[in-house]
Design a protein around this ligand. Structure first.
Ligand code: 9UX
Length: 69
């Protein structure tokens, strides 16, 4: 089973920003794929379990960006 959820991240302005967010979210337990659209800030995460908003927010913050909503 896998779960896909899309989050919005603000503050990313380049490919390195995308890499930082991708790497940090990828470290969350169960995450199998992270896809980021730089222009919109849309971050789609596929995982083997439902992710909590709080843990995603913590990962995004750790990377140096902001989770919207
Ligand atoms: Mo370069 Mo992306 O400083 O923040 S990593 S714009």
């Amino acid at each position: 089973m896998s779960v896909t959820a899309t989050f919005t991240v603000s503050g990313m302005t380049c490919g390195h920003c995308v890499s930082s967010v991708t790497e940090e979210i990828s470290e969350l337990d169960g995450v199998t794929d992270v896809s980021v659209v730089l222009d919109s800030g849309a971050v789609t995460v596929t995982s083997s379990r439902e992710l909590g908003q709080d843990e995603v927010k913590a990962a995004v913050t750790e990377a140096g960006y902001q989770l919207v909503g």
